[in-house]
Structure formats: structure tokens, C-alpha cells
Design a protein. Sequence first.
Lengths: 288, 356
Amino acid sequence: MTPGRSVENALLAGPLVLFLLAVLGFPTVLSLVYGFSETGFQTLTAPEFSGLKNFRDVTADPTFWQAAWFSLRFGAITALLQCGLGLALAVYLAPLARAHGWTVAILIIPMIVAPAMMGLMYRLVLHEFAGPVPHYLYSWFGWSPSFLGPANVFKTVVVAETLQWTPFAFLLFLTAYQSIPQDLREAAAVDGTRPWRLFWKIELPLMMPTVFVALFIRFIDGFRVFDNIYTLVGAGPGGSTTSISIYIYETFLRRGEIGKALAAAILLFATAFVLLSVAQRLLRGRAP
Amino acid sequence: MAQLRIENLTKRFSGQIVTRDVSLVVDDGAFCVFVGPSGCGKSTLLRLIAGLESADSGRIFVDGRDVTDAPAYDRDLAMVFQTYALYPHMSVRDNIAFALRTAKRPEPEVAAKVAEAARILQLEPYLDRKPATLSGGQRQRVAIGRAIVKAPKLFLFDEPLSNLDADLRVHMRLEIARLHKDLGATIVYVTHDQVEAMTLATKIVVLRDGRIEQMGSPLQLYDDPDTLFVAGFIGSPKMNFLTARLQGGYLSLSECDGQKIRCPEPGLALADGAGVTVGLRPQVLGRTGDQSLEGMIEIVEHFGSDSLVHARPAGSTRLLTALVDNGRELASGHRFEARFRTEDLLFFDQAGQRIR
Ligand SMILES: Nc1ncnc2c1ncn2[C@@H]1O[C@H](COP(=O)(O)OP(=O)(O)O)[C@@H](O)[C@H]1O
Ligand SMILES: [Mg+2]
């Protein structure tokens, strides 16, 4: 590369770097500073460096580990459910979607609703005394599960998240499914392949990169879950639906332990980052 | 190996007829070529046989079994696609083995058959590669390998050579001819290239607008075409057509300053003054014969052993082409007398039907 070129490159990339620094850099640096300091609302302007104390506090807090375990389970289960359902829907509805494109638009409506709104809506619909769902279950069957009670609340939030975000996986899979060249299906059919084998041996392998991407995105999104759970049940009975994000929020605002909250946030970010790198490496390794 | 029989097959795409009442028989071991200009419905007919399209009416029999309503996977055929349609995520070996594994053949048998196909098609060095890393000719051979391991009742080829360059096309044409001889398979082959049709086929079916225009052996079609269309389509270089009018035992060539050609005895069964199209193959025009046409040479293409002369009869808008042996002394600007024998003339009426 000639010197003239690198100057040109620097000029071209400069504004982008500045922009990224402003948008990402400032909050990140601030979080790092607070994360490694003794910080309360009184000392925001003059944080006092305290090394790894906040991280020690966080990792010693059983609530943190409970929240991490919740996020991990929630992310993994919802990602698997959404991708499984999304895949089945995509394959099943592909002919319909091809003939009538607007059906896809209907299916992705849940994605457009704000997750916080979703949480509030379920809160109304599932409310133990006033909600229509328990009401009709009682009047028809004389029995209704306590959707938001300790025994069922995990299932309820998993179902709510799955219903809202399955369309996302569906949309990715539909695109991947439709981009498989038709002549491969035809070649397989002439080779004697029945539909089920066609799916396992040709279609699914060709969609695998998309499956990985979808699983990963949905896992990360589920792992960081906040708004729909918080508006539906808050931290949950006995903290049972406290995700990492909810833990950070509560530590930050309810208990004012800003440094500890930010240390948890940094841990969350680092975990996501490591997962992302590993997943990317895996994906690149599989590419043909 | 098997016989294919098609009865009154018709197919429409959104109202438009693409296959029109097609009936034909392909005998056991035959090499049948569907030929015709692009868009005439060759692929559709092949896909109907494969079960990739469903017929609107008519029946298809393979070895006497009515497969008209059978799904593609239940017809026991093999097809080579124009695009090859290799499975991109599988190695060459797995591509070739796919049909056998689908049929749940035991793995030692699969391995043996794959090895055999790879040997025949010279694919042994590439068995562990992915299709994306192969050249066009190699992919083509993998596609053929995938078809032959099945030992199917019927091979279907859809323009398998059209994506190859000229040299490779000639080479693969020979390979396919050899394959047919070695396997004794029944083959149905689609092409728009009449040279491929002439060289490969034992039977040619000329399609036009979804209808069968004529079928027969390559030489039958060449020597004895039923229509102007077949006469113009089969044969290279293309047949010369001259518009003429019947005038008392002579044909007056309206486009060639009224030069006259004598009708063969006992004359054409047409009224005096009727319009006729006269067909003359470039190969029958030369230095001998009982009749002649005159013109000026515009271009000569020397092939070495013979020469293709493009001459313009006086007043004509069309060039007359003649394939002349040893025409080395011919050059543009020379006068050219194209001689021919009366019995080599072909005549077509206004509707393009042959007058015999
Ligand atoms: N799936 C389809 N839908 C609508 N029209 C089609 C379809 N397939 C082919 N056709 C039409 O049928 C005609 C014949 O097509 P095809 O059999 O592919 O011709 P060929 O192989 O002889 O070039 C064309 O006019 C084409 O546009
Ligand atoms: Mg075609």
C-alpha cells in the first residue's frame, strides 16, 4: 500500500471511527470506569477506583448466579423452541407463502409489537382474578393453572417469548428455504427421494448455516431478556424470573449499587462477546 | 431397461398449451432425441415423463406400467439436468451414491457401483471434492455418474451439453454415445442442437409449438422431411428455400429474375399458377446435374476439403448456399453455376407441407 493510499483510507475511515467512539466508546469507557470504582448516586462525579471489588461482590452474590442460570436456561430453551417451530412453519407454509405473499406479513405481526407491550398484554390476559384466560378456563373446566404462580411462571414467560419471536426464526428459515434451487429438489425426487428424506438430506443441510445464525441470535436475545418479563411479572415470585438484565436493573436502581450493576453488565457483555466469537469461528469452519 | 410409451399427452401452463396431444413410443434400448427451437416444449415433455410436471390429459407408460399419476420418486428414472443440479453440500462420491443410499442398497454394493461409475467417467481423482471445486465438464460427468449408478429404466437428459464449451461438447457427445452403446440403456435426450440430434439419436422427434412435427431416424428426417420446418431445421448447413410459381411443367423462381426449373416427371399435383417453395440442400448443389441456377459469388468459406459458396442469383434477395467439393479456385465476384439433379428437389406447398 502506498503512503498516499493510507492517508486516503485514514481520511475516509476517520468520521466512522469518531462516530463509533462517540456512540459506543463513551458509554463503554464510562461503564468500565464505574465498573472498577466504588460508585453510588452520591459519588457519580467522583468515582473512586476500587479494582476488582465490584466483580468480587457480583460473583459472590448468589442472586447473580441464579439470574445467570435463569438467563442461560431461558435463552437456550426459547432459542431451541423458536427455531424448531420456525423451521417447521417455514417448510410447511412455503407453498402458501409462495402463492400468497401477504400471509407472511400476517405471521410477522407479533414481531412488530413492543416486547414491553406484549408483557403487559399477557399480564392482563393471564391475571389470576381478572384475566379472561383463567376466567374462561374456570367457567368451562372448573380449573385453571396459576399462570403467573411460582410453579408455572417460567413456562409462561418461555411461551410468551416463543410466541413473539418464532416469526423471526420463521422469516429467516423461509428465505433460506426458498433460496434452495428448485432443481436440487427435482434431482433428488428423480433419484427416488421421498419428501421426508429430501428434508433431512438436502434441505436441512443446505439451511444449516441459517439455523446456526438463527439459534445464536435468538439465544443472545433470550439471554439478555428484560422488558417482556419485567412488565409481565417483574423479578417474579421469589426472584424466580430474574434474568441477568433484570438483576442489573434492580441492583442499579432498587439498591443503588451502580458499580456492582455495571460489573455484572460487563460480565454479561464479555460472555456475549466470547459466545459470538466462538459461534463465528464455528460457522466459518463449516462453510464450504 | 425399458420401453416408453406416451399417449395423447397434453399440458397447459395457465391456459397456454405447451404440450399438444403428443403420442410416441421409444423402444427398449433406443436413443430418442427431442429436438426443436428453444421454447417449443422439449423440456416440458421431458419433465412430464420424469414426473416433475403433471399432465392435463393423456397417459405415460414405462415398461407397460402407467406412471402418469406416479410421483417423480416412484418412477425409477434418472435425469441429468441442464444445470447439473449437483448437491453442493455433498462430495462427488456422496452425490453419486445418493440414489443408491436412498434405495437402501447395502454399503459394499454402493461403494462398488460408485467406483465403477467413477472409473467409466474418469472421476476417480475427484471423488472427495465438493462440486463447487470442479470444472463444467467434471460436474457434467458427476451428473451423469449420479444417473448411471441407479441402472434406471430410462435415462432422461435435458440439454446436458449446452453449458460446455465447443471442444468439450464434442468430447462429451462421444462419451454419451459410448455410454449408450455400453449400457444398452433407453435414453430420452433433449437438445435444440440438430447436430447433437443427428449424431446421437436412433430416433428423432422434432417438436414445434408443443406438437410433434415429425419423427423418425436421423436419415429419414434428413432425406424425407414431411414439412418445410423439418427440412429447414435438420441438416447443416441449412437447406436453401426458393419461392416459385408453377407454370406449365416449369417452376418460375420469382425471386431469381424468373430463372426456371423443370418439374420432375410426371409433374406436381397442383394447379397452374400455384405457389410452391423449392428446397435444395447445399450438399446437392455442385458441378454436375441436369439443371442449374446461376448467380454471383458473394462469399466463399473454404474448409479445406470442401467449400461453402454463398452466391446471389440475379435479382434475388436471398443467398444460395452450395457445399462444393474442391472449390479452391472459387472466389467472391465470380460467376457461379450451381448444378443439381431434378430428383434432389423438394417441394412444399403454401402451408409448408411437403408435395411428393
Ligand atoms: N413452469 C412454467 N410455467 C409457465 N410456463 C412455462 C413453465 N415452464 C415452461 N413454460 C413455458 O412453456 C413453453 C415451453 O417451455 P420449455 O418446455 O422449457 O421449452 P424448451 O425446453 O423447448 O425450450 C415456454 O413458452 C415456456 O415459457
Ligand atoms: Mg429447455
